[in-house]
Design a protein around this ligand. Sequence first.
Ligand SMILES: [Zn+2]
Length: 279
Amino acid sequence: MADLLSYFENIPKEYRTIFLVGGLSFLTLLESNFPLLNFQYKKIKHISLNLFFTLTTVLINLAGASLILYASIQSELLGFGLLKFLDLPLVFEILVGIMFLDLVGAWLVHFLEHKVRFMWRFHIIHHTDPFVDASTGLRHHPGEAIFRLTFTSLAVFLSGASFGIVMLYQTLSVFFAHWTHANIKIPTKFDFILSYVFVTPDFHKVHHHFTLPKTDSHYGNIFSLWDHIFNCSIKNYKIQSIKYGLDTHMDIEETRNIKTLLLIPFQKYRAPRGSKFSA
Ligand SMILES: [Zn+2]
């Protein structure tokens, strides 16, 4: 365990890139062989558009890595954070650290993106994808990437997690982002059982249904536990009845144009059917 942590503590940027590209390529290969839905789309064109947003997300995270490092050093210097307080054996320190980072750095910010109108405007881009596949995982507006970076830094500071735990979490988080969006067919029972604890491909697809209340459910990134605990999961969903997209942005041309997508947060607000946000 200590070796694993020291590996991630010193992991070169190139290796993290290899994990990201390798994971995405592997899942894309699986999608071709075991698709959940048979999309009638130009896959390369679709992936290229989503890779543009993946790249901007990665660049913002690289630029913001110093913020995360700063948060980690500050909590270390102050002896601050949940993990310092709990003082657990290493294996539990890693587990609790990853769970806390997932809760605050991913679940909470995602939940707020659905509840705060200003944040939702940026998150819309992620939901407009009519063909959810592995490449959708990091299809985030640069503004959303900044929200997420801020919350990850906050989570690092509050958790007092070592830099090794933070890097391990980040690597897992990127893998889960791609894996849970992947258009792959998994045995339904297996997916269902696993989804009590972890976010699975079927579990996350519910979140991409085009209308409320499904859109405002299943916020999890790695652990689905938070959705079960905070009552944000939908019981008895049927994956076959899921229709991707967002009722406010169903024009296919609008969902596959980089410029239009980048400008969505600044266009006249369109309220989804059944939303508590008014137009
Ligand atoms: Zn969402």
